[in-house]
Design a protein around this ligand. Structure first.
Ligand SMILES: Nc1ncnc2c1ncn2[C@@H]1O[C@H](COP(=O)(O)OP(=O)(O)OP(=O)(O)O)[C@@H](O)[C@H]1O
Ligand SMILES: [Mg+2]
Length: 506
């Protein structure tokens, strides 16, 4: 089906999120939308999906104007969407989620569910998915949950499929598999809109590329364009894609972790007897495929995991039995993996989120009174410094674009006096320009003498930042190797093998 957006304009108060946007997606085309954080990509897709009403403009499907009053209309017209934040219900099964809101066969739950199960099997076999219709969503890995979203859309005969940053949460292998799925869909004539910040993916699958900046279409790019060309078109200035980093001048071991083990809420041993040190002025990157214990390791350091054994000593002080409050107060900065869940309060303003863990003392609270003036000044400054795109410091965090939410968390955590900085997936969802900035801030934190732990599933990020790299596999550290270790060696380690050469180097 051919999709055409004509002159779409969407405002939020004074902010023009989409400014007369034109876009044509031909049948069987993979059309990439590129643009900075806050450029207006998700907004445009939410207009298409009937979630927002545009003030101006038209949506045409096969040249017929459409009038959507909600997602139900958009779905009925053949539009499906895999959202930036999944919309599945965790405690329901795959089939129940696929069935939800379905118009078809609505004669009581039982019949409905049987039909939904059958549909899950049918679509799964078409795409070679291995999905049990009766599995609970919360038990499935993220990559599989995403396939359920795809099945859900296809079960409604979607002919236009929108993927809003689907790869931000996927492992490299899951990403490759998604690319295969997109090509299959394309071959079947589905029109695809694909949003991503990863230029490699764009060059791999895009038939056409449209670049949006500050709510406007600024041009089309060729899929054969180089990373540098795409990046500068997006950001409107040249972008350095490599991090400048002087050799480290590391000091004493500041963080010493010994024989740390974590048992998770299901009773599984997810971190198994891990020991390592991080020196002052050093970046230790923790690499590995998602789900090998990295998350639980950082949560253990932050006092967020209840069942931990071993010890976590920072500057000579044992943190293991301390509360998260105490850990933060002792000067540990933390960027959690899931910003929506653990990093921000959606109903609070940017300014409030920037002072979250400092609400009980100077400079924002004096003699029990909130110092609104100094908070406003601080927040204004951070918005400029971290390039947070928003109407103002009073904007609710939940209204920010995905990448800008991440910037608020980074701005807060990097603006304190730190004795340790722990960042999990610090640049997830950020555009190339913002990644450049955040990486330089992380290096500056190191250069100021702070020990830094960066957990990342992105090898590019690991290689760019790390002085040393610890690779985790099934809850254990396979090895700790120099930051200059070649990628193929890291790849092997991520699969649980420690090549002799790596062992010697460590
Ligand atoms: N519901 C809303 N209310 C107010 N402002 C909003 C709302 N949704 C989005 N915005 C604003 O509209 C602008 C565009 O946001 P959008 O989410 O479309 O960006 P994006 O291109 O998807 O960015 P990202 O790459 O970070 O996901 C941002 O400035 C955002 O703060
Ligand atoms: Mg978005």
């Amino acid at each position: 089906m051919k999709l055409e957006l004509r002159g779409i304009t969407k405002r939020f108060g004074a902010l023009v999120a989409n400014d007369h946007i034109d876009l044509v997606v031909e049948p069987g085309e993979i059309h990439c939308l590129l643009g900075e954080n806050g450029a207006g990509k998700s907004t445009l897709m939410n207009v298409l999906y009937g979630l927002y009403r545009a003030e101006e403009g038209e949506i045409l499907l096969d040249d017929v104007p459409q009038h959507f009053t909600g997602p139900g209309d958009a779905m009925a017209a053949g539009i499906g969407m895999v959202h930036q934040h999944f919309m599945l219900i965790p405690v329901f099964t795959v089939a129940e989620n696929v069935m939800l809101g379905h118009e078809k066969t609505n004669f009581g739950g039982r019949l409905n569910l049987t039909a939904a199960r059958q549909q899950v099997r049918e679509i799964s076999s078409r795409f070679g998915f291995d999905i049990d219709p009766d599995a609970l969503i919360e038990d499935l890995p993220v990559g599989v949950q995403q396939r359920v979203e795809i099945i859900k859309a296809l079960s409604r005969d979607a002919q236009v499929l929108v993927f809003d940053e689907p790869t931000a949460v996927l492992t490299p292998q899951e990403t490759d598999e998604l690319m295969v799925i997109m090509r299959q869909l394309k071959a079947a004539g589905t029109s695809i809109v694909f949003i991503t910040h990863k230029l490699r993916e764009v060059r791999e699958v895009a038939d056409r590329i449209t670049v949006i900046r500050l709510g406007k279409v600024v041009g089309e790019a060729s899929p054969s364009a180089t990373n540098t060309e795409l990046a500068s078109l997006m950001v409107g200035r040249p972008v350095e894609l490599t991090v400048h980093k002087d050799p480290k001048i590391a000091g004493e071991a500041a963080l010493v972790i010994s024989h740390l083990s974590v048992i998770d809420h299901r009773g599984q041993l997810v971190v198994n007897d891990v020991s390592f040190e991080v020196k002052a002025g050093e970046i230790l990157a923790i690499a590995g495929v998602q789900g090998n214990g990295q998350t639980e390791l950082t949560e253990a350091i932050m006092g967020l995991q209840p069942r931990v054994t071993g010890s976590i000593v920072l500057d000579g002080i044992e943190l293991r039995r301390e509360s998260t409050r105490k850990v933060l107060d002792s000067g540990v900065g933390f960027v959690p993996e899931d910003r929506g869940e653990d990093g921000l309060i959606a109903g609070f303003t940017i300014a409030e989120n920037l002072m979250l863990d400092r609400a009980d003392g100077a400079p924002f609270v004096k003699a029990g009174a909130l110092q609104l003036g100094s908070l406003a000044e601080f927040a204004e400054h951070k918005i400029v410094e971290f390039d947070i795109r928003a109407q103002g410091i009073g904007t609710h965090a939940g209204k920010l674009s995905g990448g800008n939410q991440q910037k608020v968390v980074l701005a807060r955590e990097l603006s304190r006096d730190l004795r340790l900085f722990v960042a999990a997936q610090p640049t997830r969802g950020l555009d190339v320009g913002s990644i450049e900035f955040v990486h330089s801030r992380i290096v500056a934190t190191r250069d100021a003498g702070t020990p830094v732990i960066v957990v990342s599933t992105e090898l590019d990020e690991v290689v760019a930042l790390a002085d040393r790299i610890a690779v985790m596999y099934r809850g254990e550290i396979v090895g700790i190797v120099p930051g200059t270790t070649p990628r193929d060696v890291l790849g092997l380690m991520m699969a649980g093998e420690l090549p002799d050469s790596a062992e010697a180097a460590a």
